[in-house]
Structures are given as C-alpha cells and as structure tokens.
Design a protein around this ligand. Structure first.
Ligand code: NAD
Length: 511
C-alpha cells in the first residue's frame, strides 16, 4: 500500500492534508499533502533542471529504463491492484484488466515506438527553389510536461499519459486527482526503483488550485477530466500560450440494428455500461435499438444486469460492480434516474443508492427514455443503462449525434459494411462496430474526443508527438555565391520569374 511517506512532503512545508477514503468501505486510508503555488514552482524548477540529462540519455537508454518499469509493474501487480482498489473502490478485475495490463503494455509500446515516431523525417519538396537542399523535420521534447488526471483510472488515465512524455525525453510532473493520489505516489517509487533519475518524474498532490498552478509552470499540459474543468485549463493555458491536450467527458451511444447478434450486443451492453461501475469515459451511456429487436434486447440486458453482484471487493471474483469513487457523483447518478422517472421512464432493475457504509448505486436499466431526460443528454458516469426504442438506423444516428459530446460510439449489426458506413457518419473520435471500449487498448490507434469531448489525441503517433516541438531544418550544402532571386531586383528577372510561375502552375496541373 502506498502511503504518505512516499509523498514528497518536505517540498510542501505549508501543506494541508487531503484525506484519501476507500469508497467501498467509507474508511480514510491515508492523508496526502496539498501542494501550494510555491511548492508547484519548486517541483517544476527541479524537473526543469533534471530534464536535459534525461533527454541526453537517448531513446535506447530511456527505453531500457521504461522496460525495467514494465517489469516492475508485472512483478508488483498485486500491490498496484491493492492500491487502486483501496482508493477507487473498484473491483480487482477492473483494476487488473483496465489499469495494470494497460500500464504494462504502454511501457513496452512507448519504449519501442518512441525512437521510430520521433526520428528525424527527411522531406522531399516539389518546390524548385529548394532543389538539392536537405530538409528535415525534427522532434524535440518540450521540456517539462504537466499531467493532470481524473479519479476513475488512477493508473491508466493519470499515469498512463506520463509514459510517452517520459519516452520522448521530457521530465514530468503529475497532479493526480485529490480523490485517488496513492497509485501515482506508488508509481513515483516504481520509476525511481527502475532507474528514472531523481526529479525527472514527480507527483504534486493537491486539488484544483494545485492543478491550476501546474498549468502556469509547465511547457505542455495534458489534462484528463470533465469538460467543465477542461475549459478552465484551456483558458488558463492560453494566458501563457502553453500547448495542451484535453481528454474530456462523453455520452457514448450504442446503436443496435435489427440484424445484430442480440446475445453479443446484450452481453456487451451489460459489460461496457457497468464495468468500473460505469465510471469509464467511454462507457456505453445510452442505447438506441431498432424496434423489431427492442423487446428481445431489453429482456436479455435486464436479466444480465439483474444478476450482477455489487459490493466491496474482497478479492478476485468476489464482486462484479464496484463503488462510486467520487462522493458528488452519487448525487448526479441519483438525480439523472429521478429526472428520468419523473418524466415517465421506467426502472427495470436497480434505480437506488445501495446500502452499506460504502458508496454504491445499484446497477440500473431504464426504458421509456427520451432526449428530454438528463440520463440521455448529460454524462451520468455511473452504473446506469438507459435504452430507447427507435424506428430505424437513421433515427438512431440522428439521436446519437444529438449531443454536445463526441468521444466514442458503437454500432451493432451483422452487415459490417453497413455498420462501417453508419459509423463514419457518427460524430465521435472513435467508433467500434460490434465492439466497444477495446479500441482504448490499441495504442496504435488515436484516442481523442470530438466536440466537447476534447482536443488532441492520446495514443498513435500524435500521442507522443504532442509532447515535442517540431523543428524544421533546411540545409544548403552546394550553392552559388548569389541566388537568382536575391538583390538587386530587375525587370528582366521579374519577367523570367513570372514566366516560370506560369510554366509551373499555370496549367492547373499539380506541381
Ligand atoms: P475533474 O474535471 O473534476 O478533475 C480532473 C482533475 O482536474 C483533478 O485532478 C482535479 O483536481 C483537477 N482540477 C480541478 N480544477 C482544476 C483547475 N481549475 N485547473 C486545473 N486542474 C483542475 O474530473 P474528474 O471528476 O476527476 O473525472 C471525471 C471526468 O473525467 C469525467 O467527465 C470523465 O468522462 C472524464 N474522463 C475522460 C477521459 C478521456 O480519456 N476522455 C478519461 C477518464 C475520465
């Protein structure tokens, strides 16, 4: 178990403590310091001093360190899972599959991909003026990257974004959610043990004010969290023209067509709406089902969700659905269900706050829902599944796109060509056909929201290049003493240039 001792408390002399609670039991399990503005400045200054040596190590040596960290994660998987479960209240399986497995894979992926994705690119130009010149795009680490994370995946969504930033040669300061800081502190120790030099990776615990202070100090800010806070981060970053990436909220639609494999679609709807207690940015948050298969789908999903076991995780296989991690979230979930019921929706299973000292909401299926209800239009971020009957695929598509969000979506049909055609018309950064969420584990694929769900991407080439600055290099090796376009200007040269432009571009052909 990570503890306060691992937090850099000496750096936070004026710190006030933040209690960390186990949401499944209601017990306070640790207290961590709040870093003030001055502490954040000091942490970033130390990161800045440590960064050049880390960059100078080169890809190969940094890769070796990252692979040692990968081994650390697999060697200490149980300890990491225990820490995550204790501060989030999620199940062992949710911590294992979506966090430990992700992080272990990410260390290897970025160690291997960084040298390729950030290698110098030699460019050829069609421009006659630069014939014979050497043209190179070079990727240089920005310096110090600040990462601000949410509470739903303390390893994957907070720490995960630090891995490519480190692989690129940056120092990183991570501000985890005040609700779940312990996993990040554990990983700070893990990186030191694996050979990451002192101050190259640091954790600044604290609340929103700590996050805001970090935005002011760093060279790139990677933010994952709510759309509301994302806007504040963007405004703040604009003051210093600090580049940023935003991975924000979602309201992912699932479209079930009449020819879908209903059994698979129902299993997936149950799993991808309830895993991690429904607290996944890419949870299935609303379902549109074509009328002919609506009853069959609803019956099947409801049976599956009724059978789920919920409670504090006491070990592998003990429960299916965990706790509500963030205290105010429980009221949001309750309010969405109450709003729906008040406007005519029916609860087929669940619908209430669960009992016990921990914080739970029963796995819930809602029907007779429409877009006048918050459960269909606002992010619920809990174990609820509202299902709506639609006349056809076009109505489903219109409703799916009737959202300020555009994070992810899924289309279910045996006609995969039609499914893909429909998917291309969904306004979302990622769409799965006959699947959901697993695209997040494909680090080769970009992951990022459209509309109010974010700016930029994680994963793929963009997921590491964003932590660098592009530099264009143009080298002239053999050249005359004077190029034809240089001074003095003359009518003859201008005339030649005019004819040349016409010859090159005047026929509507590609140069
Ligand atoms: P949040 O926006 O409340 O907080 C996120 C982080 O921002 C926390 O560390 C918080 O301390 C910090 N913060 C708060 N105010 C700040 C400010 N003014 N300046 C800088 N930092 C500040 O989000 P949350 O409740 O922790 O997380 C849940 C949200 O995250 C959901 O909306 C979910 O969809 C989203 N999320 C998105 C993704 C994605 O990849 N798109 C992944 C996971 C979670």
């Amino acid at each position: 178990m990570a503890s306060v001792e691992q937090a850099p408390t000496a750096q936070a002399q004026e710190a006030t403590g933040i209690p960390v609670e186990n949401p499944a039991t209601g017990k306070v399990i640790a207290t961590v310091p709040t870093f003030g503005v001055d502490e954040v400045k000091q942490v970033v200054a130390r990161a800045r001093a440590a960064q050049p040596a880390w960059e100078a190590l080169g890809f190969e040596e940094r890769g070796r360190v990252l692979l040692r960290a990968q081994k650390w994660v697999t060697d200490h998987a149980d300890r990491i899972i225990e820490t995550i479960v204790s501060e989030t209240g999620k199940t062992v399986e949710d911590a294992q599959l979506a966090e430990v497995m992700y992080a272990a894979g990410a260390f290897g992926f970025w160690a291997k991909q960084a040298p390729e994705l950030l290698a110098d690119e030699h460019v050829k130009s069609a421009n006659l003026l630069v014939r014979g010149k050497r043209l190179v795009v070079r990727y240089r680490p920005v310096g110090v990257v600040g990462v601000i994370g949410p509470w739903n995946f303390p390893l994957t969504n907070s720490f995960g974004d630090c891995i490519p930033a480190l692989a690129a040669g940056n120092a990183v300061v991570l501000k985890p959610s005040e609700v779940t800081p312990l996993t990040s502190l554990l990983m700070a120790g893990a990186l030191r043990e694996s050979g990451v030099p002192e101050d190259v990776f640091q954790v600044a615990t604290g609340d929103g004010a700590t996050g805001a202070a970090l935005v002011d100090e760093v060279d790139f800010i990677m933010f994952t969290g709510s759309t509301r806070t994302g806007r504040k981060v963007a405004e703040r970053a604009a003051r210093t023209l600090t580049p940023f990436g935003l991975e924000l909220g979602g309201k992912d639609p699932m479209i079930v067509l009449a020819d879908a494999d209903i059994e698979r679609a129902a299993n997936a709807a149950a799993y991808y709406s309830m895993n991690n207690g429904g607290q996944v940015c890419i949870s299935i948050e609303r379902v549109y089902v074509e009328a002919p298969v609506y009853d069959q789908f609803v019956t099947s999903v409801t049976e599956k969700i009724q059978g789920l076991r919920q409670g504090p995780s006491t070990g592998a296989g003990s429960v299916d659905v965990g706790a509500v991690t963030f205290p105010p979230q429980l009221e949001i979930i309750r309010a969405h269900v109450a709003d729906a019921v008040g406007k005519g929706a029916s609860v087929l299973t669940g619908g209430k706050v669960g009992g016990g000292p921990g914080r739970f909401f029963e796995p819930t299926v809602l029907v007779d829902v429409d877009h006048s209800m918050t459960c269909m239009t606002e992010e619920t971020f809990g174990p609820t599944l509202p299902i709506m009957k639609v006349a056809d695929a076009e109505e489903a598509l219109t409703l799916a796109n009737d959202s300020p969000y555009g994070l992810q979506a899924s289309v279910w049909t045996k006609d995969v060509a039609r499914g893909e055609e429909l998917a291309r018309r969904v306004e979302a950064g990622a769409v799965c056909i006959n699947d959901a969420q697993v695209n997040y584990t494909v680090l080769e694929l970009p992951m990022g929201g459209w509309k109010a769900s974010g700016l930029g991407t994680r994963h793929g080439a963009g997921g590491i290049r964003k932590y660098t600055q592009q530099q264009a290099l143009l080298t002239t090796r053999l050249a005359p003493k004077k190029d034809p376009h240089m001074f003095p200007y003359s009518a003859r040269k201008t005339g030649v240039m005019g004819r040349l432009i016409k010859l090159l571009y005047g026929r509507g052909k590609r140069a």
